[in-house]
Design a protein around this ligand. Structure first.
Ligand code: G3I
Length: 376
């Protein structure tokens, strides 16, 4: 892929900014999170987004290039971004820009996602599409064609794909009612992974979902586990489970009464049952939502760091976990700012760096968790 002027400038800016970051961290005697992770056989990274993800902010680009060994596009490879219209070419340029940024800084790239099994995130034209007199045949052909074209475009630049995202209803644990489920039944999941494997024989293929460790996530965990069993029973080529890791909705004070408090035993039983089927594990979208956390910034940051450390210790204890990615390295560009605002209107603080790119207690907690992690 030829680099555009913007990419070159972005790369130069990022290099300049990364120099700033590296000096700042050196002054603090800090090793990068990527280096700490690498020492244990883990790849550390984060989401990289263009629209609201800050990749055109040199400081954000610099932070990504100094802290990460892998990045994942936030929205740029999703079907609604690639194919906003029914006709016409795929809009690969934004995803290409992220891949070019990664290649400039020798970062690996995860792909996200080939199919988000939620009608809300399918283009309107697709939801309205007439699949003709033989809709099952046409729907399968559409899925296979879409996945083949996206996989062919990015090829080996992508080391791991979230092939299907969030196919399980978090409340019931049932397969979500979505377009391709209505057209093809559960087989749509097999079709997606087979199409990805056919296009990319050596790329890691992942099922990604946000089942959490809170006590009120039991149905979601069970539904995902049943699906992971089904993949194995049907010999569907799934290599790993992507645990998104959006934690923290439990309040920071006394144990919350909404059942959201972590249930570590249920969580480790869920992870054990997945790795027992020879699945790899990835932590794909880690952040700590502090919208319910009480107190001033010092108290909130301490609670975020405490929750984050506890979760990472459990996850990193699994040697099958080889990739840890944050869904945001910097509070300024976290998706949570626009989706789950705090009642008091204060900005959220869910990531390792604050609005001004200063490291927070969560970054220290993440570094400590990586230092304490067992070797892969
Ligand atoms: O770019 C358009 C802009 O042109 C338009 O004016 C604006 C108004 O609607 O929308 C902008 O697109 C938004 C896009 O983010 C880029 O900022 C979409 O509305 C918005 O829905 C989209 O949100 C993303 C969300 O996934 C849905 O795709 C978030 O940034 C992204 O962080 C979030 O990430 C998901 C993972 O993919 C899957 N796991 C959960 C995670 C959080 O929801």
């Amino acid at each position: 892929m030829k680099s555009s002027r913007r990419q070159i400038l972005g790369g130069v800016g990022a290099i300049a900014a990364s120099g700033v970051m590296t000096k700042a961290r050196a002054a603090m005697g800090e090793v990068s999170l990527a280096r700490l992770a690498q020492a244990k056989g883990v790849r550390f990274g984060a989401v990289a987004g263009i629209a609201k993800g800050g990749l055109h902010d040199w400081l954000m680009a610099g932070l990504l290039s100094t802290e990460c060994a892998i990045v994942v596009p936030e929205n740029e490879m999703k079907i609604y971004a690639l194919r906003p219209e029914e006709t016409g070419a795929f809009n690969f340029a934004p995803g290409d820009e992220i891949v070019a940024f990664a290649q400039t800084h020798t970062l690996a790239v995860r792909g996200h996602n080939l199919l988000w099994a939620k009608d809300k995130y399918l283009p309107k034209w697709l939801l309205a599409h007439d699949f003709g007199p033989r809709p099952k045949v046409a729907a399968e052909a559409f899925l296979r064609d879409h996945i083949a074209r996206v996989c062919a475009h990015y090829g080996d630049a992508i080391v791991s794909w979230d092939v299907v995202n969030e196919a399980i209803d978090e409340k019931t644990g049932a397969l979500r009612d979505t377009l391709f489920m209505r057209l093809l039944g559960q087989d749509y999941l097999r079709i997606c992974f087979e199409a990805a494997r056919e296009a990319l024989p050596h790329t890691q293929l992942v099922y990604n979902d946000y089942m959490g460790w809170g006590g009120n996530n039991g149905a979601h965990r069970q539904g995902v586990l049943d699906l992971m069993h089904w993949f194995r029973d049907q010999k569907v080529p799934v290599d790993a489970l992507g645990v998104q890791g959006h934690i923290g909705t439990e309040a920071s004070g006394p144990a919350p009464t909404d059942g959201s408090a972590p249930d570590s035993l249920a969580w480790t039983r869920f992870l054990d049952a997945n790795v027992a089927q020879d699945y790899g594990l990835l932590l794909t979208e880690f952040d700590v939502n502090d919208r319910k956390f009480e107190g001033d910034i010092t108290a909130r940051d301490a609670a975020v760091a405490h929750s984050g450390r506890a979760f990472l210790d459990v996850m990193l204890n699994y040697k099958q976990l080889k990739d840890v990615l944050c869904w945001g390295l910097c509070d300024r560009y976290s998706w949570l700012q626009s989706t789950t605002p705090r009642v008091d209107g204060a900005r959220l603080r869910p990531t390792p760096y604050d609005e001004d790119f200063k490291p927070k207690p969560l970054r220290t907690a993440m570094a400590d968790a990586l230092r304490a992690a067992p070797q892969r």
